[in-house]
Design a protein around this ligand. Structure first.
Ligand SMILES: NC(=O)c1ccc[n+]([C@@H]2O[C@H](COP(=O)([O-])OP(=O)(O)OC[C@H]3O[C@@H](n4cnc5c(N)ncnc54)[C@H](OP(=O)(O)O)[C@@H]3O)[C@@H](O)[C@H]2O)c1
Length: 396
């Protein structure tokens, strides 16, 4: 006889609910209403969508980072009884509400403080925001351990690695290979790359993503950030982390073991698959996406990454190998460069040039402290942004 005991829903907060990851998360929740209860959600400028989501999912608390949007949000929620607030403190307040699971999907270092805060009040953290791990990996992993939080990666490659590593002995791993689609410019020559436009860069061949990560995929900085992310998430040495171009984006990560075996995870390139895994872990839940049909696919191909045409890949690998405090510099300079490119203030080629020049300027002043604190990281981040903006004024 079937049990009549009602399922206790997971209480969930979504930081960055109006973004691509946030919307995909809510899409899955809408298909599994009985399994989740939304406590808080946050956004920035997309107030209409934020209010619509809050009403549809009956959230208890809604926050926008944009203080000038408070009245608009309040008006949109009037008569619903949903509490709302605005500003950085409001986002932290959303992150502080006790929940079973927090989806950390704010883009950029703007997500660092709220995601760190969320570690104090959630049992499981689904981590989409890679920039906070790149900038403050040691601090982040230490705090997750201190509060006993289950950290479930959302990035498709890291979700794949997490699944491949399930039940494996850490000492038996020889290498982790993240796959990369190669982005929209995989086959272009260096000359052709110097004339690409923002709209071309935003059109990813396989994935639908927010603007910043789409540009990161076009420059291949996204893969570079992911190599650094993998080092912290899986506690591996730089030489154990590698990447390979796989244009079909079906295999997301391969783990090689000491006995010569490789384990890989395969799925269609749809972020709802890794998001669903992070929401249902340690179980699995249904998604609307079918498993890959290998006969229809026909073939999968692989090629090495090209660090000459895509210098961001080299810059990130150097940061990974140097193991100094240059990761927050790499991240912040990249955020400024991508923002400038999105606003047509610099060319595609200027992105790696800016990052390399800023890394060179910042490196001599970086300490090799094994235990940086959050203020050290935020100082490096702020200094890097300032130097990057000066570079844009002078050199572009
Ligand atoms: N999209 C993907 O497929 C994918 C895959 C793997 C990893 N990730 C990672 O997941 C994160 C989110 O990516 P996404 O593609 O979903 O980005 P996105 O579509 O640009 O969404 C970003 C979210 O962050 C909010 N936000 C922006 N600036 C903020 C600020 N200063 N303070 C608070 N909130 C702010 C946005 O609010 P408004 O929209 O209201 O302005 C939005 O909710 C990124 O770190 C990305 O690298 C994404």
């Amino acid at each position: 006889m079937a049990s009549t005991t009602p399922i206790k829903p997971k209480y969930i907060t979504i930081l960055g609910s109006t973004g691509t990851i946030g919307q995909n998360t809510l899409d899955l929740i809408s298909r599994n209403r009985e399994k989740f209860s939304v406590i808080a959600m946050t956004g920035n400028h997309n107030i209409d969508l934020l209010a619509k989501q809050a009403i549809e999912f009956n959230a208890k608390f809604v926050a926008t980072a944009a203080t000038d949007q408070y009245q608009n949000l309040k008006n949109a929620l009037s008569g619903t009884g949903i509490e709302c607030a605005a500003g950085e403190e409001a986002i932290l307040e959303a992150a502080t509400r006790p929940v079973d699971l927090t989806m950390a999907a704010i883009v950029g270092v703007a997500g660092l403080k709220p995601t760190l805060k969320a570690l104090e009040s959630c049992k499981t953290l689904a981590l989409a925001n890679k920039e906070c791990l790149v900038s403050a990996g040691q601090i982040f992993m230490k705090k997750a351990r201190k509060f006993g939080v289950n950290l479930i990666p959302v990035d498709s490659e890291h979700s794949a690695a997490f699944q491949c590593l399930n039940g494996q002995d850490q000492n038996t791993i020889s290498k982790l290979t993240l796959t990369a689609s190669g982005g929209p410019f995989r086959t272009l020559t260096s000359d052709q790359l110097s004339t690409v436009t923002r709209d071309q860069a935003l059109k990813h061949p396989n994935w639908e993503m927010g603007a910043k990560i789409s540009i990161d995929s076009a420059t291949m900085m996204n893969k570079g950030l992911e190599l650094i992310e993998a080092r912290y998430l899986f506690d591996l040495k730089a030489e154990q982390i590698d990447m390979v171009i796989h244009p079909q984006s079906i295999i997301h990560c391969l783990v090689s073991f000491m006995d010569g075996s490789m384990i890989a995870q395969l799925s269609e390139p749809d972020m709802r698959i890794p998001i669903a895994y992070s929401l249902s872990w340690p179980e699995r839940m249904e998604t609307p996406i079918a498993a890959v049909n290998l006969a229809d696919l026909g073939q999968m191909t692989f090629e090495p990454g090209d660090e000459t045409r895509f210098p961001c890949l080299r810059l990130a690998r150097e940061v990974l190998e140097n193991d100094d405090q240059s990761a927050p510099v790499l991240n912040a300079a990249n955020e400024i460069a991508v923002d400038a490119f999105l606003k047509d203030r610099c060319s595609f080629r200027d992105i790696p040039q800016l990052i390399e020049s800023v890394l060179e300027k910042m490196r001599p002043g970086l300490s090799r402290s094994a235990n940086p604190d959050l203020n050290d990281i935020l100082d490096i981040d702020a200094q890097t942004r300032q130097i990057s903006l000066e570079y844009l004024k002078q050199a572009v």
